[in-house]
Design a protein around this ligand. Structure first.
Ligand code: BEZ
Length: 160
């Protein structure tokens, strides 16, 4: 079942690339005591994700923070080295934390996984956005495959 407003974010470990190499981040590390904008997408370096989805959150990071968001997290079913390379390529810096859900643990536990085997991708994450307050989902949007609208940074800003 897909996670919904009022649900608690499942407890899993994600991975983030740092100057010292890969670092595990529990969902507690990411969400406890904070209001977090989190968005997920089907893959690092893929066309819409690279041209629109992640750049939109980087460009609007300060505006989201001005509306009460403490941190912004991008989740994808890619390994931490790919996510680290994508962060460098996109210049996301400390505006957006790129978190690798390499084994799709979060995607599956939240019911946000999608089978993209037909495109050679295997299990991936649907394109989604959520506002999570202290680990509790406040709102969630999902863009059906091949679309990009409801989960953009601009849409989240308009809603906050
Ligand atoms: C895209 O972001 O455009 C995309 C993602 C996954 C598969 C194909 C395209």
């Amino acid at each position: 079942m897909t996670i919904k407003p009022g649900d608690v974010i499942p407890t899993v470990t994600l991975y983030h690339m740092t100057g010292d190499g890969p670092q595990g981040l529990t969902t507690d590390d990411i969400f406890k005591g904070k209001k977090v904008a989190v968005f997920g997408l089907p893959g690092a370096f893929t066309p819409t994700c690279s041209a629109k989805h992640l750049p939109g959150y980087v460009a609007n990071a300060d505006a989201l923070k001005a509306k009460g968001i403490d941190s912004i997290v991008c989740v994808s079913v890619n390994d931490v080295f790919v996510m680290g390379a994508w962060a460098k390529d996109q210049g996301s810096g400390d505006k957006v934390l790129l978190a690798a859900d390499g084994s799709a643990d979060l995607a599956r536990a939240a019911g946000l996984d999608v089978d993209m085997s037909g495109q050679g991708f295997g299990t991936r994450c649907q394109r989604f956005s959520m506002v999570v307050d202290d680990g509790v989902v406040q709102s969630i949007h999902i863009d059906p495959p091949g679309t990009f609208e409801a989960t953009s940074a601009e849409a989240m800003l308009a809603e906050l």
